[in-house]
Design a protein around this ligand. Structure first.
Ligand code: FMN
Length: 372
């Protein structure tokens, strides 16, 4: 369907909360696609112009298929107002002043306790997440091979996508939405389990994938969450998936977009070193444990609804990074961090996964499994 050699997609990974670097930049997309998989651009924090430029850059650097991942709202009601409301760039300090008193007090206490400087961040309004219709339009005009919807049901854009030769992938964390998305006419579904880095649901990959395959049939399913080597790939294929969608392993590569310190955190993390928390965005999100988790838990505050909570975490995270307060940074990553022991080029990661999976499926399993 995708005209690729190996059934491995590098996951769309958006920018950190500050909108600075995307986790899955052009370099990673090109490296994965050139190696025979399919690289997906994490474009959720890009401006509309950056989105178009990045797509064109990918096209210049590779003639292999690739994808673009955006976060779409649940439905389009409100998208126009969002776009209108975000007509101007807004200083974050202005937004923070509108928060309930107890949140402002907590931010002030954190700054006092840790000696944090007050750094200004400009919240960009010309952003693909604030302007989903325009962002989708760019993807269709550029005739990208695969559109990936990281949030929400992309059913509303499937017909237009198909008319432009664009295939559509959606991501689910439960069986109910697998069915809804498949019924909406998508081409591919990712079933992403609780183990995953970034926003994540409640159901583990092993329990999620088989019922999603049943519910989405005949739409093919890719497994995600906790997959970082050929064993995960072989397991996903054995469960009936057509391939895998891999985030954390590709983030911790030479071309992955995370800062070096976060890649190092991933290499050092054990399987017990990640946490799911709502403190970053207001939605459940898995990241490497840091003292920021402890501070938030001790605050006794309820998270604000998405995306307002991002304003709180962004202002503090900016200061942690600028002042190099490493034990408060962590980084978005999944439980598969425990399987990652070195930073290496994405092409090598992909080749190793293929080799290990092929070895398991063609040699080890036939030798060890006796069917009576
Ligand atoms: C740093 C990071 C950023 C992410 N950002 C996005 C995003 O912008 N859009 C999206 O659809 N998924 C995002 N995800 C989730 C991934 O697409 C993917 O589902 C997940 O990483 C798979 O689990 P794994 O990390 O165990 O491989 C992100 C994940 C990470 C680790």
């Amino acid at each position: 369907m995708l005209d690729i050699e190996y059934p491995i997609l590098s996951a769309g990974m958006g920018p950190n909360l500050l909108g600075e670097e995307t986790g899955a930049p052009v370099e990673l997309v090109v490296a994965v696609s050139e190696a025979g998989g399919l690289g997906v651009l994490g474009a959720s924090g890009y401006s509309i112009d950056e989105l178009r430029q990045s797509i064109r850059e990918i096209k210049e650097k590779t003639d292999k298929p690739y994808g673009v991942d955006l976060l779409l709202p649940k439905n389009l009601a409100g998208a126009d107002e969002l776009a209108g409301a975000g007509a101007a760039d807004i200083p974050l300090s202005d937004i923070l002043k509108t928060l309930p008193r107890e949140y402002q007090d907590w931010i002030a206490k954190m700054r006092d306790d840790l000696g944090l400087a007050e750094v200004e961040i400009i919240v960009k309004s010309d952003n693909t997440t604030m302007r989903p219709k325009e962002a989708v339009q760019v993807c269709l005009e550029e005739k990208i091979p695969l559109f990936c919807s990281g949030l929400g049901n992309p059913g509303w854009m499937v017909e237009d996508a198909h008319a432009n030769g664009v295939k559509v992938l959606a991501i689910t964390g439960n069986t109910k939405n697998a069915k809804r998305m498949a019924d909406a006419g998508i081409d591919l579904l990712v079933a992403q389990g609780h183990e995953a880095g970034g926003h994540t649901g409640r159901i583990g990959t092993m329990a999620l994938v088989p019922p999603c395959i049943d519910a989405a049939y005949p739409v093919p399913v890719l497994a995600a969450g906790g997959i970082a080597d050929g064993r995960g790939l072989a397991g996903a294929l054995a469960m009936g998936c057509v391939g895998v969608w891999v985030g954390t392993r590709f983030l911790a590569t030479t071309e992955g977009g995370a800062p070096d310190s976060i890649k190092q955190n991933i290499v050092e993390a054990s399987d017990e070193d990640t946490r799911v928390s709502t403190m970053f965005t207001g939605k459940t999100l898995r990241s490497i444990y840091s003292r920021f988790h402890d501070a938030w838990n001790a605050s006794g505050l309820e998270p604000l609804p998405f995306p307002m909570q991002i304003m709180i975490s962004s202002t503090l995270l900016r200061a942690f990074i600028d002042q190099n307060i490493g034990d408060y940074i962590g980084g978005f990553a999944g439980q598969a961090s425990a399987l990652i022991h070195e930073i290496k080029p994405a092409g090598e990661v992909l080749a190793d996964m293929v080799e290990q999976a092929a070895d398991i499926l063609t040699k080890k399993l036939p030798e060890s499994v006796t069917v009576k």
